[in-house]
Design a binder for this molecule. Structure first.
Ligand SMILES: NC(=O)c1ccc[n+]([C@@H]2O[C@H](COP(=O)([O-])OP(=O)(O)OC[C@H]3O[C@@H](n4cnc5c(N)ncnc54)[C@H](O)[C@@H]3O)[C@@H](O)[C@H]2O)c1
Length: 327
């Protein structure tokens, strides 16, 4: 029977026509289940993974029971499209011998561009001006000059350093924190200085979250951390929603402690209709977890994901040793 490649990641689903003939030519069946929304839940994933030989997944539920169900069936390899692997139970994948690969470093530029988009829009009230002009108004808002501000970046990895490079180009002083000591040469190349988390909270006018989500940094930006920021700080999150305690952020927006917030990611996605964040119409900018969503980046990562999936089946031209194994 032909091996089955399951595609649950929406980005590859949308462009599967570009790869289908190539995959089928290797004798592999392509399985693209209908995706409503951003991801599949646990029950659906468990059932589908058990029927697939390899899978390319996105933000889907890849928790321990789901992975175990997959391996109890036919599953022998998993590609996590993109960088974040917080939805994958990596220790369990390792324990049950399920190889999992991701595609890191593929869209640092794109996510950094998006972060700067949030900063520029909020600093100059672009979203309010657009809204007002369309409503027949002509309001001239007083914004902030970026030149001379201090930009603080939490997480100085691939994305964080590209944000730093852009911040310097806009004339900002760039500081950042990380849980590891980042190679000073890498930081010097983008003009950033590593400082303790506390110093970033205290000194930055704009704080961008660009770290990976780990069990240790869940709600890293809580009421306590917010209290230590400058009054009126701008907070931008292009990393993962659960790094911010949204209830504490709502309080901080209400009090003016946080002057504005750009959020590409949320604790629950899509953002619930009754989220209290929606009340802040003038000083928040929301995204749809789309930091990597450019035609160029999606094509790049789709190509790599298909190469990895085929290589896991012992097919295609790519060598698995060239890819990033996370479990
Ligand atoms: N918004 C989007 O659409 C989108 C797209 C791609 C990636 N992301 C997120 O961005 C994250 C970062 O991507 P990357 O390519 O820069 O990853 P990376 O692994 O290169 O860098 C992450 C950095 O964060 C650091 N870090 C971890 N915990 C920290 C903490 N508590 N404080 C400070 N630093 C901490 C790590 O040590 C590492 O240096 C991804 O893990 C993903 O969750 C979001």
């Amino acid at each position: 029977m032909a091996p089955k490649l399951l595609v649950t990641c929406g980005h590859l689903q949308r462009h599967i026509a570009r790869y289908r003939d190539e995959i089928v030519a290797h004798g592999v069946e392509v399985w693209v289940p209908k995706l409503d929304g951003q991801q599949f839940g646990a029950a659906e994933m468990a059932a589908m993974l058990a029927e697939a030989d390899v899978a390319v997944a996105g933000d889907d539920d890849l928790s321990a029971p789901v992975l175990r169900a997959g391996v109890a069936g036919k599953l022998r390899g998993l590609v996590r499209w993109g960088i974040g692997t917080d939805n994958v139970d990596k220790p369990v994948a390792t324990e049950i011998g399920l190889p999992v690969y991701n595609t890191p470093g593929m869209f640092s530029n794109e996510v950094a561009d998006l972060a700067l988009g949030h900063i520029l829009t909020l600093a100059r009230h672009l979203q309010r001006m657009d809204r007002d002009v369309r409503a027949g108004l002509w309001t001239r808002y007083e914004g902030r000059s970026l030149h001379g501000l201090t930009l603080g970046i939490v997480g100085l990895g691939g994305i964080g350093r590209e944000i730093a490079r852009r911040g310097v180009a806009f004339g900002m002083k760039v500081i950042g924190s990380d849980v590891v000591t980042v190679d000073p040469k890498l930081l010097a190349a983008v003009g950033a200085q590593q400082k303790p988390f506390e110093a970033v909270l205290a000194e930055a006018d704009i704080i961008v979250l660009a770290c990976n989500l780990t069990p240790e940094n869940h709600h890293l930006i809580n009421a306590d951390a917010l209290a230590r920021m400058k009054h009126g700080v701008m907070l931008v999150n292009v990393a993962r929603g659960p790094i911010v305690d949204e209830a504490a952020l709502v309080d901080a927006l209400r009090s003016g402690k946080v002057g504005s917030a750009g959020l590409d990611v949320f604790e629950a996605e899509p953002l619930p209709a009754d989220s209290p964040l929606r009340a802040f119409e003038d000083n928040t900018l929301f995204g749809t977890h789309s930091g990597s969503s450019t035609a160029e980046a999606i094509q790049r990562v789709n190509r790599m994901s298909v190469d990895i999936a085929l290589a896991m089946l012992g097919l295609g031209h790519a060598d698995l040793a060239n890819f990033n194994k996370v479990a």
